[in-house]
Design a protein. Sequence first.
Length: 665
Amino acid sequence: MSAQQHNLRNVGIFAHVDAGKTTTTEQMLYLSGHIRSLGSVDTGTTQTDWLDVERERGISVRAAVTRLTWKETPINLVDTPGHVDFLSEVERSLRVMDGAVLIISAVEGVQAQTEIIWQALRDLNIPTLIYVNKMDRIGADASAVLGQIHRLFSAQAVPIMAPDGAEADFRGAVSVVGETTAASMAAWAEPYQRMMLETVAEQDETLLEAYLDGQSISGEQLEAALVDGAHRCRLFPVLFGASGRGIGVEALLDAVVEYLPGPGGSEESAVSGVIFKMERDPVMGKIAYVRLYDGVLRNRDVVLNYSRDVQDKVTQIRRVNGQKTEDIGVLKAGDIAAVYGWSRARIGDIIGSPDGVPGEMRLAVPLLTVQVHWQNAAEYPAVVAAFQELADEDPLLDLQWLQDERELHLKVMGPIQMEVLTSILLSRFKLVVSFGAPSVIYKETPASTGEGFVAYLAPKPCWAILRFVIEPGERGSGLVYKSLVRGERLLESYQNEVARRVPEALQQGLRGWEVTDLSVTLVEGEHHVWHTHPLDFVIATPMGIMNGLASVGTKLLEPLLRFRLSVPEEYGGKLMNELVVMRGEFDAPTLRQERMEIEGLLPVATTLDFPARLGAMTKGRGTLTTFFAGYRECPPDVEVERQRRGVNPLDEAKYILSMRNALSG
C-alpha cells in the first residue's frame, strides 16, 4: 500500500434528518480551509446541498461527495441524506466507505433512521465514530443520549470527551484520554473518564489488570488501545459538540484522522471498482462516481464494465468538491473520483474485476407504487425521457412504462420523495408532473407444489419444450432456480437463456404482482436440431412459468413494518385500540417515565395515514419509529390485483404473436 493511500480517509457522514449533518460537513470544510465562508442550511448556501429542492427544503436528498485535507491527511467526505425516503442513497454510499461518522442530536437522541444505519454499519463492519451534536440546544442531555446509545447501539460506545455544560451553558468538551491520574480533571468530567477507562480496559487484558490494581495508565496506552479497538469495530468513540457554533468539529476532524482507518488496495493489482452515484452534466453527459479498490485508472483508458460486459473509454477523471470539479487525470486504488465518458454505465456497476469489491447492503425497500400524471399529451415523450434518466440515477424507482396504455408507474419510499421528484422534474427538466394516490406493493407466492409445461411448436419455424416444477419457499427466500436437464437434451446456451428469463417471467404473477419465495426447477427440456431458433426459449419460458402458476395458484403477500410507538400514558388505551383496528400485533407495553412504549408489527396497507392521525390523537406528543419487517400472507379477505403490463403468456396465441413482432422488430 502506498503512503498516499494509507494517508487517505473515505468517510460517510450519516444521521437522522435534522441532526445537523450538513452543518457539520460545512464546518469541516471551513475549518480545513477548503471554503472561505460558512454556508447555512437555513439560507440554502451549503456546499453539499446544491440541488434547488435541497436548498428550498433544507434537507439532503442526494449523497454529496467533497474533499478536504486535515493535518496533511486527504479526506473524501460523503454527506448522505437523513430522511428515510432517501435511504437508497445511504445504501449506495455505505458500500464505498472505510469509516463512518454517525451524528445524533443531543435533544432528540437516537431516532429511526439512525438505528437502521447503525445496524447496517455493524453488518458491514465499518469503523464508526458517534458525534452527539446540538449540545447547545434546549433539552440537550448528554448522559441520557449516552444511555440510549448504550441501550440501542452498543455498550462499547466509549466517550473520549466530557461535555462542559449543556444548553445555553455549553462551553465545549474536553478530552478524557490523558494521563489517568491527572489531578486537573474536573469533577463533572470524572464519570466520563471512568466510563472511558472501564470500556477500553475491558478490551485489553493488560489495561484491565492495571485498572483493577489501581495503577496509572498512560495516555499513549489508552490511545493505542482506542485506535486498535476502533479499527476492529470493538470500540466506538463518542464525541460531543455544537456544530452550529463550530464547537467540537475540530476534535471530530482529529478523531476522523486518528480513529478511522485508511483504505486498503494496491495500485499494482488489476482495476477493481464500483459506481456508487450517477449524475448528468448538460455538456459532458453522464458522470459516474467511482470508488476504486485496486489498480489505477487514467484518462483515455479503456476499461471493462463487468456488470454490463462492455468496454468503455474514460474521457476524463475529475475530483469533485461540491459543485466545483478539477481535472486530475488519474484515479488510484483506495480513492474516489468522478469519471466521464461511460454512456452505458449504471449505478452499482462493477468496473474491472469484481474480486476487490465488497457486497452491498439492502436497506431501502420501496413499499409504495404511484402513477405519474402530466399536463398535456405533447409532454408525454419528455416526461418518459426524464423519468428514464432519473431511474438511471436511482434504479429503485423501478420505472414501469406501459406503452400501450401510455402510463408511467414507479416505486417510491414515501411522500417526501414524491414532493422532491416533482421539484426535480420542474427545476431540471421544466416539466410539471403530479402523482396519483400511492398504493401498497404486494407480492405473490405459490400456494402449492406443481408443474408448468409448454410445447412451443407452432407456428413454424420454432421448437421449444420445457417442464418446470414450482414449489413454495420460505418467507424471504426470494427465487431459487436450478436445472436438472442434461446438455444433450437441451443445449447449455438454451438453458442459460431459460435461466435468464425465469426471473423476468416472475415479475408478474396471476394477480399482476411479482412472484417471490419459491423454487423453480427445470426438469425437462428439448430443442430441435433444425427447427429451434435461439429466441424460442425467450418466448417459451414465460408461457411455461405462467402455466405452472395457474396450476398451483398463488397467495397474496403484504409488506409489514416493525414499529416502536412512544406516547404519554394517558393516550395508551386509545392507541392500543387503534393498533388492533389496523391489524397490528404487539407485545405488552412497557412504561418509562410516564410514557408508554409499544413494539410490534403493522401492515403497511393500514398505516398510510397513521403518522398524521397519531399527531392529532396525541396532540403531537406521540413518536412512531418504523422499519421494514418483510412480507407475509394476507388475510383471506384482502384481494388486490394489479393491471398487467403487456400480453398475458396464458393467452398463448396472442402472446406468441406479440412477442414475435417485438423480437423481429
